[in-house]
Design a protein around this ligand. Structure first.
Ligand code: GLU
Length: 468
């Protein structure tokens, strides 16, 4: 199959909750496909469910997309509800052309039809009783139904699933316009995609069954058929659809947890698409390589361990100064104090030691907080345990040793302290651990002589004094 010349993809989330991570993945695929082909990626907000759609959810979509770096090409985002009259117009056009018809069935009638079908073991579908009637009542409410073909078959050519065919006898005449003149979802989606010039629809395969009905509308209208690629849904570790129960969250939550957008993009991409055995794929490479052929046809499982390791990789790759700037707002939140430029510079110096250990920005900020805390530092239980009378006596001696140093490099501090410990018949740990407790308030920290060097002599002496 030849791809259309100018690819136009879209992402049409419903603003009824947070921006689900699974939706973000289909958005990423659509975005990558458009970018790969030099095409267009459009955003549409499907806000026709007036009860459940909220402005907060619309904002979460915009913010989530921006954070993920998925820029859309339509300056004026399409809001589906605002286009309802245009959708209705198409239904009336179809009526006029004889592609649709008015159905005057009451709720009670429909219920009776269903009950009868149920009782007789018949498939439950509208029986087409108004399809060919011309004796239309005046002033009674009606719905507009598609005059769907009753014989033959409808085939969906899907780039992931292949060709799937359904007998038209299995599909009933769906409602296009409700009796209150509001279009149904099925109609709105098709009209919007057509009007927006969308020619490639990449979406979750929970929409696959809808596609047959949408194809029927498109065919009836004689519109160009888009290409479809239905992406298997993400599953949780137990093989069930990834949901809140598995810790499936909105995009914003992943940002808060301290995942980097480039790591998220890489992880989401690999969760459902492959390029050989490549695990780390930059966004530039992804744009270069992305295709529909390598969408994985079975559901992938969301794996936090994997996500952590991808994130840790991107954190290690990031420039120290950038990481320091990234965690500054988090540190401010933890300590309640603004982080100064001097502190950011200090954090950047400490980053080599800090970033080896952290899997995400949250952990990184937590492990870096001691650098920026106001004195005296709170001591954790481990630090308190270390700071025995003997340890404090050692620290008092180290104070003099440190005070005497002219060269305050990590190496110089280490040598001086080692020499002192040896001269006292002690082990290195007897000196290093109390120093760690005093400088970091904890029993774990990055290499402590490096920490001391970064903090600077005055701060080191002051922090030692604080615990004595
Ligand atoms: N609004 C639908 C959703 O959020 C998407 C429909 C589509 O992709 O066609 O699931």
């Amino acid at each position: 199959m030849n791809a259309p010349t100018k690819i136009v993809t879209r992402f049409p989330p419903s603003p009824t909750g947070f921006l689900h991570i699974g939706s973000a993945r289909t958005a990423l695929f659509s975005w990558l496909y458009a970018r790969h082909h030099g095409g267009t990626f459009l955003l549409r907000i499907e806000d026709t469910d007036r009860e459940r759609s909220t402005q907060a959810a619309v904002d979460a979509i915009f913010e989530g997309m921006k954070w993920l770096g998925l820029d859309w090409d339509n300056k004026d985002v399409v809001f589906q509800f605002a286009r309802r009259d245009l959708h209705a117009k198409v239904a009336y056009e179809m009526l006029e052309k004889g592609l649709a018809y008015k159905c005057y069935c009451t709720q009670a009638e429909l219920e009776e039809m269903r009950n009868h079908q149920k009782a007789n073991g018949l498939p439950m579908r509208y029986d087409g009783r108004w399809r060919d009637r011309t004796d239309h009542p005046k002033d009674l409410p009606f719905v507009v139904r598609l005059k769907a073909p009753q014989t033959g078959e409808t085939t969906v050519k899907d780039r992931v699933r292949g060709e799937v065919t359904v007998q038209n006898s299995q599909l009933d005449d769906m409602v296009l316009l409700r009796s209150d003149n509001t279009p149904t979802y099925m109609l709105s989606v098709v009209v919007d995609d057509h009007d927006m010039g969308v020619n490639t629809i990449i979406r979750g395969d929970d929409h696959f069954t809808n596609t047959f009905r949408q194809v029927q509308i498109i065919k009836a209208m004689g519109w160009p058929m888009p290409e479809y690629a239905h992406v298997p849904l993400i599953h949780g570790s137990d093989g069930q659809k990834f949901s809140k129960r598995h810790g499936a969250l909105g995009v914003d939550e992943y940002r808060k947890m301290g995942y980097l957008p480039e790591a998220m993009r890489n992880y989401l991409l690999r969760l459902g698409w492959s390029h050989g055995d490549d695990e780390f794929i930059t966004t530039k490479q992804a744009i270069e390589w992305f295709n529909l052929e390598h969408i994985v046809s079975s559901p992938a499982r969301f794996d936090y361990v994997k996500l952590d390791s991808v994130n840790a990789h991107y954190m290690r790759e990031m420039a120290d100064a950038d990481l320091a700037n990234e965690i500054a707002p988090r540190l401010q939140e933890i300590t309640g104090n603004a982080v100064t430029d001097a502190q950011v510079a200090m954090l950047a110096k400490g980053m080599a030691g800090l970033k080896q250990r952290a899997k995400n920005l949250k952990e990184l900020a937590e492990s870096a907080v001691f650098y920026v805390l106001s004195r005296p530092l709170p001591l954790n239980d481990g630090a308190k345990k270390i700071l025995t009378t003997d340890a404090k006596a050692m620290l008092a001696q180290l104070r003099t040793v440190i005070d005497g140093l002219n060269d305050f490099s990590a190496h110089s501090i280490e040598t001086a302290i080692k020499d002192h410990a040896t001269a006292q018949g002690k082990k290195m740990g007897d000196a290093a651990q109390p120093l760690r407790a005093a400088l970091s308030g904890s029993n774990v920290s990055p290499p402590i002589f490096e920490v001391a060097s970064i903090l600077g002599k005055q701060e080191v002496l002051a922090r030692i004094n604080d615990v004595l």
